[in-house]
Design a protein around this ligand. Structure first.
Ligand code: PGA
Length: 252
C-alpha cells in the first residue's frame, strides 16, 4: 500500500517569531518544486500565527507541539484545540519530553488525541521506550501499550489520517539513532498490530508511521528505504533549512 511520506519538523522550544519567519521563508523558497513528500513544521505556539501567514498558499503544512483537551476555560498556560484549529492542521501529542518532564501519561495522551480529532486536527502520536526499558527487553510491551491506551476508544472513522511516530527515547537528541532495521521491526511487529487491535487491518496498513530520533541528512535515506517507515519526525536537524531539506529530499 502506498503511503505518502511525511517529514515533520519538531522545533521544540526553539526559534523566536523573527527566526520563524526567516527559516520558513528559506524553506518555502527551496522546497517549491519538491514533490512526493508531505512537509510539515511544528514551531512553538507563539510562532504559529506568523508561520501560518508565511506558509499560506505553499505546500508546507503547519502543526503545533501539544494541546489541551478542553475547548476553553480556566486552564492557565494551556492552548485549546479550537485555538489551534484556526491556525494549523496537525498536532504532536505525547512526545517523550512531555511524558518525561510534564507528567504526560497514556491517559492524557488519549484525551488529547480525542480532542484533536474532534476539532479536525490530525494527531501525530509519539510512542517509544526508554533506554532502561529497551535494555530490559520491554520495548514491545511498552510501545504496544502506548499505542493501545493512547488511542483507546478512538473510532476508525474519526481517526482518518492519524499519524504515529516511533521515537525510541534513547535516540532523541543523543546523536545515537536506532538502526533502520530495528526501528522497522518495532513498527512492523508492534505498532501496526497494535493499530490493528484498536482499529482494523486496513487502517493499520494505511496509517503512516514515522521514525524519530537523531535523524540527519547522513542517515535519513537508510531509514526511509525501509518499507515500514513512512517518513520522519525531525528535531535538531529541522532547525536548519539545508539539513531539513536534505531529509525531505531523502524521503521523496
Ligand atoms: P532529534 O529529536 O531529531 O533532535 O533527535 C526528535 C524528536 O524529539 O522528535
Amino acid at each position: 500500500m502506498a503511503r505518502l511520506p511525511l517529514v515533520a519538523g519538531n522545533w521544540k522550544m526553539n526559534k523566536t517569531v523573527e527566526q520563524t519567519e526567516r527559516l520558513l521563508s528559506d524553506l518555502v523558497n527551496s522546497s517549491k518544486s519538491q514533490r512526493g513528500v508531505e512537509i510539515l513544521v511544528c514551531p512553538p505556539f507563539v510562532g504559529l500565527e506568523t508561520a501560518a501567514r508565511v506558509l499560506q498558499g505553499t505546500q508546507i503544512k503547519l502543526g503545533a507541539q501539544n494541546l489541551h483537551w478542553e475547548t476553553s476555560g480556566a486552564y492557565t498556560g494551556e492552548v485549546s484545540p479550537v485555538m489551534l484549529a484556526e491556525l494549523c492542521e496537525y498536532v504532536i501529542i505525547g512526545h517523550s519530553e512531555r511524558r518525561a518532564y510534564f507528567g504526560e501519561t497514556d491517559q492524557t495522551v488519549n484525551l488529547r488525541v480525542k480532542a484533536a480529532l474532534a476539532h479536525d486536527l490530525t494527531p501525530i502520536v509519539c510512542v517509544g521506550e526508554t533506554l532502561e526499558q529497551n535494555e530490559a527487553g520491554q520495548t514491545a510491551e511498552v510501545v504496544s501499550r502506548q499505542v493501545r491506551m493512547g488511542l483507546a476508544d478512538v473510532t476508525t472513522s474519526s481517526a482518518k489520517g492519524l499519524v504515529v511516530a516511533y521515537e525510541p527515547v534513547w535516540a532523541i537528541g543523543t546523536g545515537k539513532a536506532a538502526t533502520p532495521d530495528g526501528a522497522s521491526d518495532v513498527i512492523e511487529v508492534v505498532i501496526r498490530p497494535a493499530l490493528e487491535y484498536v482499529f482494523d487491518e486496513d487502517f493499520a496498513q494505511a496509517t503512516r508511521v514515522l521514525y524519530g530520533g537523531s535523524l540527519k541528512p547522513g542517515n535519513a535515506r537508510e531509514f526511509f528505504d525501509q518499507p515500514e517507515i513512512d517518513g520522519g519526525l525531525v528535531g535538531g536537524a529541522s532547525l536548519n533549512a539545508d539539513d531539513f531539506l536534505a531529509i525531505i529530499r531523502a524521503a521523496a
